[in-house]
Ligand binder design. Structure first.
Ligand code: PEP
Length: 264
């Protein structure tokens, strides 16, 4: 029997100026050092590429174990190296201390035309480099209102996860990101249960619990109710991760709402 790990991930997007990002990382690391959450709760900071090395050395200085506070990137190229101007490989982010990478965020799907097939290639490349993929999936508002959320999620899972996928999945309904709106407890429970039912076809097994997170307008106010849903293994946080205290409040709320669960 092992404890089910829970995750709180901060996605800074393109929003923290360099010095501020370092200060933010230091603030989060010091907060966790002074008030350590239970060992089943893992925190991951995902700064822009340009801050990975600096944030890594800030975290190093505070010296928390990687399971407690880890570093992630927000994207990577689907190859180890090559003539790809402006791109960053998973090996490169790993060399800067990142052990996770967010892939398929809706902003990349929308702004960079990333398809499920491209995301699957990135998942493959990250996994080969030893970087754990955090794959975002989620329906648009119109798809939800037309009753198509289930088929969108099914095709994103089928298309963007590799066979035998070993990583993290983040359910981020596009309509909840940055809108201040979160799905009801009932809707979230239904969607997460659906995602859990769809996953085994890509995992190629029923025996592995892939962490499934929720993301979209999470603050410390909603975190306890979201984390109390049995199918939710954590939260992916955008705006509220840009201030150390508000992010630490979410971590505290997540810790309080989750007692360690055991899985066989
Ligand atoms: C995100 O974009 O991953 C996200 C969860 O953003 P926010 O928390 O700001 O809605």
């Amino acid at each position: 029997m092992t404890t089910v790990p829970k995750f709180v991930i901060g996605n800074w997007k393109m929003q923290a100026r360099h010095e501020y990002g370092l200060e933010l990382a230091r603030g989060v690391a010091q907060g966790l050092r002074d008030n350590p959450p239970p060992s089943h709760l893992h925190t991951i900071l995902c700064p822009p590429f340009t801050q990975l090395a600096g944030v890594h050395s800030e975290l190093d200085e505070i010296g928390l174990p990687n399971e407690q506070l880890a570093l992630g990137a927000q994207d990577c190229y689907p190859a180890a190296s090559g003539p790809f101007t402006g791109d960053i490989s998973p090996q490169m982010i790993k060399a800067l201390g990142a052990s996770y990478v967010i892939l398929g965020h809706s902003e990349r799907r929308q702004n960079h035309g990333e398809t499920d097939a491209v995301i699957r290639q990135k998942v493959k490349a990250a996994t080969a480099a030893g970087v754990t993929p955090i794959v975002c999936i989620g329906e648009h508002l119109a798809e939800r209102n037309e009753g198509r959320a289930a088929s969108v999620l099914a095709s994103q899972i089928e298309g963007s996860l590799t066979r035998g996928f070993r990583g993290i999945v983040a359910y981020e309904p596009v309509w909840a990101i940055g809108s201040g709106i979160t799905p009801s407890h009932e809707e979230l429970q239904r969607k997460l249960t659906l995602i859990r039912a769809l996953l085994p076809m890509r995992l190629m097994t029923d025996d592995i619990r892939v962490p499934v997170l929720y993301g979209g307008s999470v603050t410390s106010v909603q975190a306890p109710s979201i984390m109390s849903i049995e199918a939710v293994d954590g939260v992916l946080v955008g705006s509220a991760s840009l201030e150390a205290q508000s992010f630490l409040d979410i971590i505290t709320a997540a810790a309080e709402a989750t007692t360690p669960q055991l899985t066989s």
